[in-house]
Design a protein around this ligand. Structure first.
Ligand code: SAM
Length: 286
């Protein structure tokens, strides 16, 4: 037996559950599920199955269904249990509650009502993907699911273009190729990325490459669950902007050739590319 029954203070316990392999649950999560007076879940069937797998007896407890959009009634019921001195464990369908999953409104209301909220941390696809993608993890931005329509998706990607960290998205397998193609268009074909699929499961896969290359690698929609990670804009992109600004300034006092030479030297960049850009800018300036 992996769990221990214990006394839990009244309050809300947010319990992380596995994102694939059932044994990726913490011992404390099992203790809380075994001990809570009330269990609430986004998906009552998968919670019941998880309890069965780990031999946690449900006893005479019912599993309440709760989604943030299931409305005030179920929230009021959970708050009522806590007000009556009961402990409530809440788990979403997979991973950590509130991370692209329900629980936000519930935990806010419980906190606002003055009752304790605590977490039994565990798996989440964001962190698992970051640890495997091979992209920098010093700073990252989790953007959840992008809009489904291409126009809205490109607009959202444009807003994220200059964030100085790895971008992390949840994506459906049906849309991943289109999403990568839009990202290649907006963020640059060679920007590095990774597609993490079926994490912690039998067919776990991490595909790495430039955005355009990755988009082209999906002929058919892949199977399973997916996280897409995209590197921040590289030095080349940052330098490009800086080179353009320096050229604009130089062109106010120098010929195209001299401006190109001086800026290329300052940035250690290829003369030819900088000269082409200087020509374009000078034509624009008239
Ligand atoms: N709360 C969950 C968490 O903490 O990761 C996320 C729930 S969200 C509704 C479901 C999405 O998470 C999936 O569509 C997929 O993008 C991602 N996801 C969940 N499990 C995954 C897995 N095993 N491998 C890859 N992505 C996963």
């Amino acid at each position: 037996m992996n769990h221990q029954k214990m006394y839990l203070q009244p309050g809300l316990y947010l319990v992380a559950t596995p994102i694939g392999t059932a044994r990726d649950i913490t011992l404390r999560a099992l203790d809380i599920l075994a001990s809570a007076d009330v269990i609430a879940a986004e998906d009552t069937r998968s919670m019941r199955r998880l309890l069965e797998i780990h031999g946690v007896p449900l006893g005479d407890r019912k599993i309440l269904s709760y989604h943030d959009h299931s409305g005030d009634k179920s929230r009021t019921a959970i708050l009522g249990h806590i007000a009556a001195g009961r402990s409530v464990a809440y788990g979403s369908e997979a991973g950590t509650p509130l991370i692209a999953d329900p629980g936000y409104h519930l935990s806010r209301e419980v906190t606002e009502a003055g009752y304790p909220v605590t977490s039994a941390p565990g798996p989440s696809a964001v962190v698992t993907a970051l640890s495997l993608a091979g992209l920098p993890t010093d700073a990252f931005f989790f953007a959840g699911f992008l809009p489904n329509a291409s126009g809205a998706r490109k607009k959202a990607l444009t807003e994220l273009r200059d964030i100085p960290g790895t971008l992390v998205f949840y994506e459906s397998p049906r849309r991943v190729a289109a999403m990568l193609a839009d990202a290649a268009e907006v963020l640059g074909a060679t920007r590095q990325a990774a597609v993490c699929r079926e994490l912690t499961k039998k067919f776990e896969e991490v595909r790495r490459g430039g955005l355009a290359e990755l988009a082209a690698s999906y002929d058919d929609a892949p199977k399973g669950e997916i996280v897409v990670l995209i590197d921040r804009a590289g030095d080349e992109a940052r330098d490009e902007g800086d080179i353009e600004t320096a050229l604009e300034t130089a062109l106010q006092t120098m010929s195209v050739r001299d401006a190109a030479e001086s800026v290329a030297r300052a940035f250690g960049a290829h003369k030819r590319g900088v000269y082409q850009l200087a020509l374009k800018l000078s034509a624009k300036q008239g």
